[in-house]
Design a protein around this ligand. Structure first.
Ligand code: COI
Length: 358
């Protein structure tokens, strides 16, 4: 199949046997459930035409504005299976509110929180059989909004298409392998006043050249430095970053260029359970290296919805590289990951009210 050919259209739900076989090892992002939810927005009618139907390809005119000017936003959130047959969504209200913030920044119409929640719940209910059961597995929901007006003018569109699709996923490795990070001193992800705080497509597309550079240096992801001084560590790939310093957990502050990760916020709140104090304070690349070399920083991990927590084993810069701890997965990273998974899988009580049954 070439890139321009569509995958064969699936008519009707996938047979149960085939679905069960695929669910055994879903990977990330390449399998899709049977349905999708869509809604439309126009200046005259507002939000309308909400429907849950079979997953099908969109038919869009080549002059659809999203193709040309990048007016697109998205979210990623997870649903988990419960032995009593219910399913729970993790912090869907926080994702709904961030989706609205992203829309506002991109001059797009805001989807009301209740409509966002209804859409993700409707898809989870329609595709309940696609929610994988084992610990670490989840149903990854991908709500997105795109400029759907057919026009070549360089301005906000007057028509939008909202959709939610679902993808069974197993990215949150229960024993994740440590990653190597490349500190990009040439490229930046976000600058003051830009779009770094929101989930717009361009933030991701604009990062791929640096990601290729990271791969060329044997690294999995890029560490982004601040745009002004190229000194302060901000994010990693599409995730937030944490440092373990004794009994303190340190993460860069939401200075106006970082995405306010829902997992980042969850970790900040869970830290107390492990007796850790939290600090949102700037960390320079130099501090990070020195701290690892003199033993002050014992662990570093990345976190995000899709990956949960990923330990960082090594950092690489154009000048050299260093190991974090012994280069493996540290005990704090492992305990925090399992504290989060225990809540998501219902092993420990949801004391923060993060789970939303559908
Ligand atoms: C997520 O963690 O949900 C993300 O947005 C990462 C995604 C780019 C794969």
């Amino acid at each position: 199949m070439t890139a321009l050919e569509s995958p064969p259209e699936q008519t009707g739900p996938m047979p149960a046997e085939q679905r069960e076989a695929l669910l055994r090892m879903p990977g990330f992002g390449s399998l899709y459930s049977d349905h999708m939810v869509t809604a439309r927005w126009t200046a005259e009618a507002g939000w309308h035409d909400t429907r849950t139907g079979p997953l099908t390809a969109f038919s869009l005119h080549p002059a659809t504005m999203a193709f040309h000017y990048g007016q697109t936003i998205f979210e990623g959130l997870k649903a988990f299976w419960r032995p009593d047959g219910r399913h729970v969504l993790f912090r869907p209200g926080d994702h709904a509110r961030r989706f609205a913030r992203s829309a506002r920044r991109m001059a797009m119409p805001e989807l009301p929180e209740a409509d966002f929640l209804a859409a993700v719940a409707a898809l989870t209910r329609a595709d309940r059989d696609w929610v994988p059961r084992p610990r670490g597995h989840s149903f990854y929901l991908r709500p997105f909004l795109l400029a759907a007006e057919t026009h070549l003018s360089n301005r906000p569109a007057a028509e939008y298409l909202f959709a939610v699709i679902g993808s069974p996923a197993r990215p949150a490795a229960v024993e994740p392998a440590p990653i190597r990070l490349w500190a990009s001193t040439e490229y930046v992800r976000a600058a003051d006043g830009g779009t770094g705080t929101v989930k717009c497509g361009g933030n991701y597309g604009g990062s791929y050249l640096a990601q290729q550079e990271a791969a060329a240096h044997g690294c999995h992801q890029v560490v982004w430095l601040d745009a002004r001084e190229r000194r302060y560590v901000e994010e990693v790939g599409g995730s937030n970053l944490f440092f373990v310093e004794g009994d303190r957990l340190v993460t860069p502050p939401l200075s106006g260029t970082l995405l306010a990760g829902v997992t980042r916020d969850s970790i900040l709140r869970l830290a107390g359970r492990l007796g850790l104090a939290v600090a949102e304070e700037p960390v320079t690349l130099e501090d990070w290296e020195r701290g690892c070399r003199d033993g002050r920083i014992t662990e570093t991990f990345a976190c995000g919805t899709a990956r949960a927590l990923a330990p960082v084993g090594h950092a690489v810069t154009p000048e050299g590289e260093w190991a974090i701890g012994d280069g493996g997965t540290g005990p704090v990273t492992r305990r925090l990951l399992h504290t989060l998974l225990d809540i998501q899988y219902g092993v420990t009580p949801d004391e923060f009210g993060w789970l939303h049954a559908v």
